[in-house]
Every structure is written in C-alpha cells, then in structure tokens.
Design a protein around this ligand. Structure first.
Ligand code: ZN
Length: 119
C-alpha cells in the first residue's frame, strides 16, 4: 500500500474539514451520514462514526480497514468481501449493521444510488 500523505494532513469530506492525525479516527456523524464509516486507501486512513454502538463500531472499523488492503475495483465485490471479513470477527456488529440499514430510508437510498451509478 502506498501512502501519499504523512500525518497530520487536512481533507474535506461532505464539505467538512478534517485534520487526519492517525490511521484510525472516530468522527462526528455529520461527516459520514448516511454512512457508518469510510476508507481512504489513497491516503491510508479510515474514519468511523463515534456515535455508533460499540459492537457496530468494531464491525465497521474492521470493514473499513479491510478496504485499505483490498485491490479489487468493483465496489459491490469490495463491499461483499469487507462485510464477510468483518462479519466473521464481529457477527453481532454485522447483524446490527444489516438492521440499521433495512430500517434507514437514507441508507437504502444511498445504496440504490451507488448501485445505479456503478453501471
Ligand atoms: Zn465498505
């Protein structure tokens, strides 16, 4: 993995500036909504929402860290792989993630858009 930036550096996510000081950071939900976490393989760091329940947080962190090392390009395959990997370590977190997605209009909308845009 090539890391282009040295900590600390500044990025803008959803129009919010964030000072990245380390590989794993827990951030306010406003930066990520409707996502729970996000990985930045080009910069070598991940962010996870700080307000999530502990079990879900662990699952999301494992999921995002997996993305850092995954070389696949197809986002759907990337997501399936990251979910299976993280779910193996944190099955309860995985189940919570599924339920929080099924019952969130914003998240479902987000994934439908992402699916449409990938074609
Ligand atoms: Zn993912």
């Amino acid at each position: 993995m090539v890391i282009n930036n040295q900590f600390p550096f500044k990025v803008k996510i959803n129009n919010i500036s964030l000072i990245v000081t380390e590989k794993i950071m827990f951030v306010k939900k406003e930066i990520l909504l409707p996502k729970f976490g996000r990985s930045f393989p080009e910069h070598g760091f991940v962010i996870v929402r700080e307000d999530l329940p502990e079990t879900l947080k662990k699952f999301v962190l494992k999921h995002e860290l997996f993305h850092l090392t995954d070389k696949r390009k197809n986002w759907f395959i990337r997501e399936v792989k990251a979910n299976l990997y993280a779910g193996f370590f944190h099955p309860i977190g995985f189940i919570i993630c599924i339920f929080k997605t099924i019952f969130s209009f914003e998240r479902i909308k987000f994934y439908i858009e992402r699916f449409k845009n990938s074609e």
